[in-house]
Ligand binder design. Structure first.
Ligand code: PEP
Ligand code: MN
Length: 337
């Protein structure tokens, strides 16, 4: 249920509605809008009776939300959510580029990447310290040492750090360094991890599970918003299909569905989406045209020697070229959504 307040409803009236929601045992979510404030209700098992609220001062109307995803839905909040990550905004119409290696491997490697990312004008550096790998016998990330390197690089360059948190045990340590907490595809339905990041007040990027439907991705985000963390962006990174020529099937249509059905920013990850370096630039460009708010690109100073995902990582000079193209393209496309 969504309670729409009248235009000009006072903060006290909004608070009184929230208090009533809590009094009857539900959770209230204030959703400020351009024209008027709405208050979302979660925590209810069945339908909520509008009679409980519609007579309260300042209430315009009570509308049921038909979708199973309530707080992330555009029905609930028509305006785009804009996430301000230390001054760099995602979701406001200007394209953000997130680039960096799959894994943080050494000081030289992450600093070389950061230098090129910063010089290109991008504001976000990615890099995994804790890596979810299919095989237990391959590189699992530098872990705490990787976090220290990310912290050092963050101090040296004016870059925001996007890095994966794999479990609740390491969440505090990762959250101290990360500006954006990445929930990986394999953890998209790790509900206790989603709830733990929901209790933080820090931007979160949820990657689509490799065989998750778009609606399941929305429901994952709903877990985080339901606990009061509204700074969530969604990432399309390809899904597993019958196709074997590409690593995954990059679902460009998901970018459109996310923008249409939710108010959350959308990030495109063509690197994992296709898994082949030469195909990444064209899919990155296509993502910008399709309306992505951010594009995430894996890069490496020496992809042939990368400890993870070298086959899909762009060389630093290839990334420099791509970042210029993406900027020009965004000017042309003007994200005409
Ligand atoms: C990554 O971003 O390096 C990663 C492991 O991604 P995903 O969870 O999408 O596989
Ligand atoms: Mn990777």
């Amino acid at each position: 249920m969504l309670i729409l307040m009248k235009q000009g409803a006072t903060p006290e009236q909004v608070e009184a509605v929230c208090a009533r929601i809590r009094e009857v045992g539900f959770v209230a979510h204030q959703i400020p809008g351009a024209m008027r404030t709405a208050v979302g209700i979660t925590g209810n098992q069945g339908a909520v009776s509008p009679e409980l609220f519609q007579h309260l001062p300042g209430v315009a109307e009570c509308v049921p939300v038909s979708k199973p995803y309530k707080l992330v839905s555009r029905e609930t909040k028509p305006e785009n959510t804009v996430i301000d990550v230390r001054g760099a905004k995602i979701g406001c119409g200007a394209l953000q580029i997130i680039a960096g290696p799959c894994s943080v491997e050494s000081r030289d490697q992450i600093f070389a990447c950061a230098q090129v990312v910063a010089e290109s004008g991008a504001k976000f550096l990615r890099g995994g310290a804790f890596k979810p790998r299919t095989s237990p016998y391959v590189f699992q990330g530098l872990k705490d040492e990787g976090l220290r390197l990310l912290d050092d690089v963050k101090k040296q360059f004016d870059l925001r750090i996007v890095t994966e948190v794999m479990n609740t045990e390491t969440l505090d340590a990762v959250a101290q360094v990360a500006d954006v907490l990445q929930i990986g595809a394999r953890n998209m339905q790790n509900f206790s991890l989603l709830q733990s990041v929901g209790r933080l007040r820090k931007p979160v990027m949820i990657k689509r599970g490799m065989s998750a439907t778009i609606q399941e991705l929305f429901m994952a985000a709903e877990y985080v918003l339901a606990l009061g963390n509204y700074q969530v962006m969604l990432c399309e990174r390809g899904v597993r299909t019958f196709e074997t020529m590409t690593r995954n099937t990059f679902d460009i249509s998901a970018l459109l569905m996310i923008k249409h059905h939710t108010h959350l920013p959308v990030v495109a990850d063509p690197s994992h989406g296709v898994g082949i370096a030469w195909a990444v630039p064209a899919l990155a460009r296509a993502s910008v045209v399709a309306g992505a708010d951010a594009v995430m690109i894996e890069i490496h100073p020496d992809p042939d020697r990368a400890l993870s995902d070298g086959q899909q990582s762009l060389r630093l000079e290839e990334f420099e070229k791509l970042s210029k193209q993406l900027a020009r393209l965004q000017d042309l496309a003007g994200n005409a959504s």
